[in-house]
Design a binder for this molecule. Structure first.
Ligand SMILES: Nc1ncnc2c1ncn2[C@@H]1O[C@H](COP(=O)(O)OP(=O)(O)OP(=O)(O)O)[C@@H](O)[C@H]1O
Length: 331
């Protein structure tokens, strides 16, 4: 398979702090690949290295078949990027900002402005000053700018920050359209639910390390499946559960009397049989439910102590983009 980005053992240290730790991944061409992890896990640092804005301490970075940074010019010639919050002249219109940028690029970039504004749904506001734009609109204008050089690869650092649910849905549709055109998209995020429906593949990161990566469905399928059950008499219930023919393992949970009977592949029959066996043994069933691990659960498990942060983020309390420690460097 063709890879638009290949990283081999990429590490970045800041003094004793390892921001990116021995990362090896291949990003297939024509995919949306999400780089997912809590704030401070090294997302921006990795993206800056991929774009030749920072040097790796060790490892190899290949973008579009060329080494970065040594062949950076060729590697990055058809790459559009937003790193951290995109910056614009607030007193100029969205269109004027793109015109200034395009003037430094090519005639093709200038000709692409109208189409790019359309693409991100900003045509009707393109004449308004950027200072009057919401953060979500500035993000979209950033994507428009990144599209001007007809990129094969778009690299977007937390582009969903500041988008409301409707904006997020539009954004998702836009990314899928870009992928359908054969472009590749590398997107970082700290909110799983925002990328789950957008990405083909995901890498889950913690403290600069890749904890799990692969196609979204594989990561979900890799999760556990179980019959969740709570009984009124754990002493007698547990042996019954252990005796179920499909039980691979019976796990206790934090709730007294509640167990998870892990199975290979969960089916209704197993739920029915669990209830029937317990009932036949005279054991009261207080709860019986299917447990299918979602990617979200897996993400919470993998990133454990960041669960609170994720939950807050999902309630819409997204930290402002200028929390990022690396300062503004969008291209
Ligand atoms: N220029 C720098 N000098 C020193 N440490 C840095 C520098 N840039 C980043 N770091 C550190 O590297 C780690 C990863 O930071 P990075 O900004 O890459 O994370 P992130 O996942 O993008 O976070 P956020 O979502 O908050 O932007 C952090 O501990 C950060 O403090």
């Amino acid at each position: 398979m063709d890879h638009v980005i290949s990283l081999r053992n990429v590490t970045k240290r800041f003094g004793s702090n390892t921001a990116v730790d021995d990362v090896t991944i291949d990003v297939p061409s024509g995919h949306c690949y999400a780089w997912l992890g809590p704030n401070g896990c090294g997302k921006t640092t990795l993206i800056r290295m991929m774009l030749g804005l920072a040097r790796a301490s060790s490892g190899q970075i290949v973008v579009r078949g060329k080494q970065v940074p040594s062949q950076g010019r060729e590697a990055l010639s058809r790459v559009g990027a937003i790193v951290e919050e995109p910056r614009f002249y607030p007193y100029l219109s969205g269109r004027a900002n793109l015109e200034i940028w395009a003037a430094h690029q090519s005639a093709d970039a200038k000709a692409a402005i109208g189409g790019a504004l359309d693409r991100v749904g900003l045509s009707s506001r393109a004449g308004d000053k950027v200072g009057s734009y919401s953060l979500g609109m500035r993000q979209r204008l950033g994507v428009a700018r990144a599209l001007l050089n007809d990129p094969e690869l778009l690299v977007l650092d937390e582009p969903t920050n500041g988008l409301d649910p409707a904006g997020l849905q539009e954004f998702r549709g836009m990314i899928r359209e870009l992928v359908a055109e054969g472009r590749s998209v590398f997107i970082s995020s700290h909110i799983l639910s925002e990328v789950e429906k957008m990405a083909d593949s995901i890498a889950i990161i913690e403290k600069g390390k890749v904890l799990a990566s692969g196609p979204v469905e594989d990561l979900i399928r890799g999760g556990r499946q179980a019959v969740g059950v709570r009984v009124d008499d754990p002493g007698r219930g547990l042996p019954v559960l252990r005796g179920l023919p499909f039980a691979r393992e019976v796990r206790e949970t934090d709730v007294p009397g509640a167990y998870e009977v892990l199975v290979e592949e969960l089916a209704d029959d197993q739920l029915l049989a669990t209830g029937r066996e317990l009932f036949a043994a005279g054991i009261g069933v207080l709860e019986l439910r299917p447990v299918r691990e979602t990617l979200e659960r897996r993400f919470l498990e993998l990133t454990g102590d960041h669960a609170g942060e994720l939950a807050r983020a999902e309630l819409g309390d997204v930290p402002p983009a200028d929390d990022a420690p690396t300062g503004g460097t969008d291209r």
